[in-house]
Design a binder for this molecule. Structure first.
Ligand SMILES: NC(=O)c1ccc[n+]([C@@H]2O[C@H](COP(=O)([O-])OP(=O)(O)OC[C@H]3O[C@@H](n4cnc5c(N)ncnc54)[C@H](O)[C@@H]3O)[C@@H](O)[C@H]2O)c1
Length: 439
């Protein structure tokens, strides 16, 4: 099939590449010329395991192309995926300007039938707005060309995105016309050879499924973070509590890890947007999610709170920071807890030396030439002259460090672990003061 993907970010690039991998003829469009330049030069603009090889393979096979040319992009695909960003607006609602701009471009240029697939995470009701925007452009042109709009939310996880797309645990298609459902089912059939058919819903339900899924996961995290703080205050160990409750199949073990708050490009903005949609469009207050968000905002300061508790005034102190990305295997720092840790420490008059296997370029872009934030090229090199080591991301390479070297290099042997990477008894037995989350 001929497919255009509009928006070549984390979702667009992975989706486009995986669709090419199974034989489709895919053209990816972006308005960011730098992204397209990088892609045309044979590289990729993000860190995502397995993606670079797959992009190169499909480009070489002539099935995957990149462009900034809107005419070419609209002309190419019968299926037009919209995978642009939907960042939070000032009031927390999802900002639809990129989605609607993409829709208008299609309406302005299309000359034959198009199936427009909204893959961006958008509030219930956006399907109708996309339809309106395209119809409006066609009307201005005095044209009557058939088109369908369907919702196909994406559930991939950064860091495992290629695998998630190639072997999805679900494919949700929100559509109300039969030909569109058939075409979508055919497009996705190579990805679900061992699975049931796609979950076909109405457009609104598909959009709500995506928000509900992220809101549920965020809720589990905030719930565990609050219980971790309680465990700590009461002298219990949240890790034992986690195992004890996870054994109940109604609860399960997934997503029960306490930490220093959830971040990333999705949970924070999607929780906000759902609260806002409920309030504005249905006059309903989502009390649980409001609390989930509040708890997360507090949790993102937990590492600084622990440092202050241990050291008192942080002015003039220097800290080593392991991990900048919001989670391992990505360079994405959107809403990453490490950003709050760095901001808190700099505001308190401390300095930081950070290490992350892939996100340091992104950190440099975010923090510019802030002189109080420096970077090291290896985890152990961050430790010189540091008063303590702070861990904000659970990269595999942090899991089994040389504790003797850590102890010998730090000015005071203190680890503040926002990801519960180590056995507290073991680390403490090495003569290190160890502060984790809820243990
Ligand atoms: N990142 C994830 O893990 C993830 C997972 C599931 C769903 N989503 C959702 O998918 C959507 C995209 O997320 P992302 O992380 O890929 O965003 P992103 O910011 O990485 O990429 C969006 C891209 O769209 C481009 N763009 C904007 N307007 C355009 C236009 N009119 N024409 C062409 N390109 C345009 C931008 O330049 C950017 O490269 C969001 O709605 C997000 O909530 C993201």
């Amino acid at each position: 099939m001929k497919v255009t993907v509009i928006g070549t970010g984390y979702v667009g690039l992975v989706s486009g590449t995986c669709l090419a991998e199974v034989g489709n003829d895919v053209l990816c469009l972006d308005i960011d010329p730098e992204k397209i330049r990088i892609l045309l030069s044979g590289d990729i603009p993000i860190h995502e395991p397995g993606l670079l090889e797959m992009v190169r393979r499909n480009v070489a096979a002539g099935r995957l192309h990149f462009t900034t040319d809107v005419d070419q992009a609209v002309n190419h695909g019968t299926i037009q995926f919209i995978a642009v960003g939907t960042p939070p607006d000032e009031d927390g609602s999802a900002d639809l300007k990129y989605v609607l701009a993409a829709a208008r471009n299609i309406g302005r240029k299309m000359t034959d039938y198009k199936l427009i697939v909204d893959k961006s995470t958008v509030p219930v009701g956006t399907g109708a707005k996309v339809k309106e925007a395209i119809a409006d452009e066609l009307k201005t042109r005095g044209k009557s060309i058939p088109f369908s709009v369907v919702s196909n939310p994406e559930f991939l996880k950064e860091g495992a995105a290629v695998d998630d797309f190639m072997r999805p645990d679900r494919i949700v298609i929100g559509a109300e016309d039969e030909p569109a459902i058939l075409m979508m089912s055919a497009l996705y059939s190579p990805f679900q050879r061992n699975h049931e058919r796609p979950i076909v819903t109405d457009v609104k339900s598909a959009q709500l499924i995506k928000y509900a899924a992220n809101a549920m996961l965020a809720t589990r995290i905030s719930f565990m973070n609050e219980l971790a703080n309680l465990s700590e205050a009461l002298g219990a160990d949240i890790e034992m509590v986690r195992q004890g409750i996870g054994a109940d199949p109604r609860i399960g073990y997934h997503f029960l890890y306490p930490g220093c708050g959830y971040g990333g490009s999705c949970f924070p903005k999607d929780v906000k947007a759902l609260i806002k949609t409920a309030h504005d469009d249905a006059d309903i207050t989502l009390r649980v999610l409001t609390a989930v968000e509040d708890a997360n905002d507090v949790q993102k300061h937990i590492l600084t709170k622990k440092l202050t508790h241990r050291f008192g005034d942080l002015k003039g102190k220097h800290f080593a920071l392991w991990g900048l990305a919001f989670k391992p295997n990505t360079d994405d720092m959107r809403e990453a807890p490490a950003r709050i840790v760095i901001a808190d420490l700099l505001a308190a008059g401390a300095t930081v030396t950070a290490y992350d296997p892939v996100a340091m370029t992104e950190a440099r872009r975010i923090f510019g030439d802030e002189p109080r934030l420096t970077y090291a090229d290896a985890p152990m090199s961050t430790l010189n002259n540091a008063d303590a080591l702070v861990i904000a991301t659970e990269w595999k390479e942090f899991r089994s460090p040389d504790f003797d070297t850590i102890k010998a290099t730090l000015k005071t042997p203190v680890i503040i672990d926002g990801r519960n990477l180590y056995d507290p008894k073991f680390v403490r037995s090495m003569g290190i003061e160890y502060f984790a989350i809820g243990r």
